[in-house]
Design a protein around this ligand. Structure first.
Ligand code: GLU
Ligand code: ZN
Length: 544
């Protein structure tokens, strides 16, 4: 009896061959350097900053090489799957504008994109491995394996199913047939040809050259329920989806010798590997992997609710992905991260530390460079979801709002106030009569409300003109100041403060506070122009 007979005995219903799969999933028709990359999460719930970053990397690499980025769902561990899990992941990727060329719902020529729907493919490859003598069924029970492990521990031997411990390796066809006819449970194992005393050398795109002992363990390729564990599944998928670079968590690196043996046994050309350090977070003195459960700031929803622009988060990812990005971006502030050429060898070899303050800082800079209309459009999208009253207000006063957002914007050094859309209202509320209620004034140095009111009314009736340019506006302010005994020249005032009640600074402060309640605001002239004479005047009525 041959290996081929054994293959038929174990997989009687599998009629397709690896050659059929090669035809069904041909090499992709892409330019030479195009990278095919994938993000391969388990459907365990919404994304978080950690896996959003992990998927950013293959996405940018695929896009910058005009390749393909796909989403593959690794659901072979059913216990962890949640309902709707796939849709949630796709929603988050789309929300972040990742260009996903192929995914479970959209489909593609290399699907299915959900592992549990690819069982036949795994069995075709498994059958092939049996037929060439590189895989065999193992009938050992849990108890057998526990006993073996205990024996190995006692003898201080390496743990695992290998060498002379691999009891089922040499079962004859007849013995196997008896088990099968008997309905005994079995798993399929790799017949490893590795030698633990020899080393394999391979190149990781991030970590460089790595040397590790060969694998000699007869690992499980297919479990008794017919589902493959990660190793065989990823080899079949990455090969037949024609992935060129596998990006995955650093924790897989210790399995690479086994994976490489498997790639070779299948006769597949190995892809490139980039093992990625996870996004870490500092907690007290310890540094650990970011966790959706423990870190509220890891949740995608946190950024969504705060209204941190998607683009800012991606700029942050770009900053931590490649050490030379930040410098480049400083030189090219008006470009997109898509214009930068990312590379694996510019990735840090120690795990990046998640830094919320940096995210916020990047976001603040990013927002300061947007056009007023750009800010308005995104603010409205945010407000429609999280503050409908405000959304209605800025819809009603669209042009006015754009004008407000345009103060000290679109200039060389734009003003940087807010770092996210949820903060904008707290910076501009006073511009809307609807929000100008129950106000608290931040008066500075001036307590005489009667005098304040007199000055303000005189100002609005006799000095203010909506059509004044900034110079005339300022000159009128000077005249007003002198009239009430406030020095219009700051230098002069500083030299002889006793000759005056105060200076023009006090007058403009009074005006600023009266109109906005705040002692610090953007340019007063621009604020006044937007408010307009009528609204300015009505504001004075509030002062009691
Ligand atoms: N499903 C694996 C995980 O969630 C991904 C492994 C891979 O990308 O190859 O860790
Ligand atoms: Zn066995």
């Amino acid at each position: 009896m041959t290996n081929k007979d054994l293959a038929d005995l174990l997989y009687p219903n599998i009629t397709k061959t690896i050659d059929d799969l090669e035809i069904m999933y041909p090499t992709r028709n892409l330019p030479d350097n195009a990278e095919v990359c994938r993000f391969a999460p388990s459907p365990t719930g919404r994304m978080h900053m950690g896996n959003l970053y992990a998927s950013f990397i293959p996405e940018v690499i695929a896009k910058q090489t005009n390749g393909v980025f796909m989403l593959r769902i690794e659901d072979t561990d059913n216990k962890r799957a949640i309902e709707n899990g796939v849709q949630l992941i796709i929603d988050d990727l789309e929300h972040y504008n990742y260009i996903v060329n192929e995914h479970p719902i959209k489909g593609g020529d290399y699907g299915p994109y959900i592992q549990t729907e690819r069982k036949e493919i795994y069995h075709i490859v498994a059958k092939y491995l049996v037929s060439i003598g590189r895989a065999y069924p193992c009938f050992c029970s849990e108890e057998d394996l526990t006993e073996m492990r205990e024996h190995q521990e006692k003898k201080k031997d390496r743990i695992g199913y290998y060498g002379h411990y691999a009891k089922c390796r040499n079962l004859s066809y007849e013995e196997i047939k008896k088990h099968i006819d008997n309905g005994d449970k079995w798993v399929l194992r790799l017949k490893s040809m590795g030698d633990f005393d020899k080393k394999i050398i391979f190149k990781d795109l991030v970590k460089g050259i790595i040397e590790m002992p060969e694998n000699d363990i007869d690992q499980v390729l297919i479990k008794s329920d017919g589902i493959p564990p990660y190793a065989l599944a990823h080899v079949c998928d990455d090969h037949f989806m024609r992935v060129t670079t596998v990006t995955r968590d650093d924790s897989y690196i210790s399995s690479v010798p086994y994976h490489l043996e498997l790639w070779n046994a299948c006769g597949f050309k190995t892809p490139k590997f980039a093992h990625l350090l996870p996004l870490n977070i500092k907690e007290g003195n310890t540094i650990r992997k970011i966790s959706k459960r423990k870190d509220p700031t890891a949740a995608v929803s946190f950024y969504h609710e705060k209204g941190i622009p998607v683009e800012a988060i991606k700029l942050y990812f770009a900053t931590i992905m490649n050490s030379n990005f930040e410098g480049w971006y400083l030189q090219n502030p008006n470009k997109s991260y898509r214009d930068f050429e990312f590379s694996f060898n510019k990735m840090s070899k120690s795990g990046p530390l998640f830094d919320l303050e940096k995210v916020i800082n990047i976001s603040k800079n990013y927002l300061s460079r947007l056009s007023a209309i750009g800010v308005y459009d995104n603010l409205l999208i945010w407000a429609k979801e999280f503050d409908t009253d405000f959304a209605n207000l800025i819809t009603r006063y669209k042009d006015y709002t754009i004008g407000i957002l345009n103060i000290e914007r679109e200039q060389k050094k734009p003003r940087k106030d807010f770092s996210c859309y949820s903060e904008i209202k707290s910076y501009i509320w006073y511009m809307y009569d609807e929000l100008f209620t129950n106000v608290h004034y931040e008066w500075q140095n001036v307590n005489n409300t009667e005098e304040i009111k007199t000055i303000l009314l005189d100002y609005i009736d006799n000095y203010y003109d909506d059509n004044d340019d900034k110079d005339s506006w300022f000159n009128r302010m000077k005249e007003l100041s002198e009239k009430y005994g406030y020095c219009s020249n700051i230098k002069e005032y500083k030299e002889n403060p006793d000759n005056y009640k105060g200076s023009i600074v006090d007058i403009s402060m009074v005006l600023r506070v009266a109109l906005t309640t705040k002692s610090m605001t953007p340019d007063l002239y621009e604020i006044m122009k937007l408010l307009g004479k009528e609204r300015i005047k009505s504001r004075f009525d509030y002062i009691k």
